[in-house]
Design a protein around this ligand. Structure first.
Ligand SMILES: *Cc1c(COP(=O)(O)O)cnc(C)c1O
Length: 429
């Protein structure tokens, strides 16, 4: 058997990778010395696809040439521009085309979804989230509870890993849903937990929630573009995701949203409305009588920022070139498992991996802690960053490393582990 931990072995794995050419579709940032960075930060901000720049420039040029007529002219008129993203989004999350829409930003979408799907009563007022939810999700949920006149102390159920454990057990999540079910209005959990990289079992959570009469929504910030999903078949009520992480669409880019089709024609469902959610055929009659579309588009408010949507379209076309999310996941499993093997083999004492090993419960990210006398995780993080690695550090002590299957290589994983090893040796010598 050849030595896993060698540049030759990593390069051999790259040469066998049917998706290796997709890296050329991206701009890889350079270090000061001109070498490419070892960029393992796609969980935070994905790199720029060449097509994103091209499509944004196309729209800038349409605007120069056409002015307002750009709404109706050209191959990609702005009026229906969001529709050009629907097929790509639907493939990513496992939805029907009419169940997805691009609009707003992630936290805004969570709020708009809660307007429709969090309808607390004195009997049922709780929202189940996780104790270590991303702050924005926590604030959104807390403020919704207060907005409805309830007390977060009573109405927020926070799921925690067991003492001494880092990740949530599926059984504990299901038990909590059972325990609080009758008083719970909404379960809102991540598809992939941002801190540990744990993938939650969205299907069983949805089933368990529905069995108790709760609505179930997911934040897919770290799941979209990372793992395949089947939101429609699982019966999820709603979901929202940002597009700047594994979806490589640029900082602050427009978010995605899913609403299950069974809710589309429900006239009793309250929503905050805007003109872009109004029936397309009569939108411009300006009659001030809201007629919602029978699709996720009904939740749109405004005409969307086309330059951002153009970048997303570039990203989705790049994913298409790679053969779609299932192809990417196939590579991702190999890439992440190679990284894990190297870390376990080369740094068994000093690096602890929080992310579950089970491939059903993990995606493209490994979350690492450093056990080292005389140096903490932040010092090691600073050292590897100086040596050309871009990944990220999350307080209190986690280094998150995300080999993104679109642009990362096995060689990136090898180089990362070599640099990490040297930095750890440097810190103890
Ligand atoms: C990245 C991320 C956000 C960011 O929210 P924005 O509204 O896009 O700023 C929110 N929630 C989770 C879980 C995230 O990972």
């Amino acid at each position: 058997m050849s030595n896993l931990f060698s540049l030759e072995h990593a390069q051999q794995l790259d040469s066998q990778d049917p998706l290796k050419h997709i890296r050329d579709e991206f701009h890889i940032p350079k270090q000061d010395n001109g070498d490419e960075e070892i960029y393992l930060c796609g969980n935070s901000l994905g790199l720029q696809p060449r097509l994103a720049a091209e499509y944004v420039n196309d729209e800038l040029s349409q605007w120069q040439k056409l002015g307002v007529k750009g709404h109706f002219s050209g191959d990609y008129p702005w009026m229906p521009y969001h529709e050009f993203l629907s097929e790509g989004f639907a493939d990513l999350v496992g939805a029907k085309i009419k169940e997805v829409v691009s609009m707003n930003t992630l936290t805004a979408n969570l709020h708009f979804m809660m307007v429709s799907f969090y309808r607390p009563t004195t009997q049922r007022h709780k929202i189940i989230i996780e104790d270590h939810a991303f702050p924005s999700d926590h604030y959104a949920v807390e403020s919704q509870i207060k907005y409805h006149g309830f007390d977060p102390e009573q109405s927020m159920v926070l799921l925690k890993p067991r003492d001494g454990e880092e990740t949530l057990r599926d059984d504990d999540i299901l038990a909590a849903i059972k325990e609080h079910g009758e008083s719970t209005a909404l379960i809102m959990l991540p598809g992939v937990q941002y801190y540990t990289g744990q993938v939650l079992d969205m299907k069983s959570i949805t089933e368990a929630g529905h069995a108790q009469g709760c609505n179930v929504g997911f934040d897919l910030a770290h799941a979209a573009g990372n793992i395949p999903m089947q939101l429609h078949d699982w019966g999820v009520d709603f979901a929202a995701w940002c597009t700047y992480k594994y979806l490589n669409s640029g900082p602050g880019s427009v978010a995605g949203c899913f609403v299950h089709e069974r809710h589309h024609s429900n006239k009793d469902l309250p929503r905050f409305a805007g003109w872009w959610g109004h029936d397309k055929d009569s939108r411009f009659k300006m009659e001030n009588h809201f007629v919602p579309m029978e699709s996720a588009e009904a939740w749109q408010l405004s005409n969307p920022p086309i330059l951002s949507l153009a970048a997303i379209r570039g990203s989705l076309d790049t994913i298409k070139k790679a053969g779609g999310i299932h192809q990417l996941r196939h590579k991702s499993l190999k890439l992440t498992s190679y990284l894990r093997q190297l870390l376990e083999q080369e740094l068994p004492q000093t690096i602890n991996i929080l992310t579950p090993e089970d491939t059903k419960a993990s995606g493209a990210q490994l979350s690492l802690t450093v056990n080292l006398d005389g140096a903490d995780g932040k010092q090691i993080f600073d050292a590897i960053e100086k040596a050309g690695v871009t990944c990220d550090f999350r307080h209190p002590n986690v280094i998150r490393v995300a080999p993104a299957p679109q642009y990362n290589s096995f060689e990136d994983c090898y180089r990362f582990v070599s640099i990490l090893k040297k930095s750890i040796e440097g810190a103890v010598s």
